[in-house]
Ligand binder design. Structure first.
Ligand SMILES: [Zn+2]
Length: 66
């Protein structure tokens, strides 16, 4: 396993009870925000942490994009 760091946080807005999922990869700085019950459900079903890990630029050794 690599030193995967990142975070997936799910919360709800106080007003409309709309779930909001925030995904942050601290390795490459990717931040995604998904709002809406169905969208969040689909997003989580796709296992965003694992999915991103496959494409994370920080994990692509030798392909620094700077
Ligand atoms: Zn990343």
């Amino acid at each position: 396993m690599t030193g995967w760091v990142g975070g997936l946080q799910i919360r709800r807005t106080e007003k409309g009870q709309t779930p909001v999922a925030d995904f942050l990869c601290t390795a490459c700085g990717t931040h995604r925000r998904i709002a809406g019950r169905q969208k969040v459900t689909d997003f989580l079903r796709d296992n965003p942490t694992t999915a991103h890990r496959a494409t994370c630029s920080a994990n692509q050794k030798g392909t620094t994009q700077r």
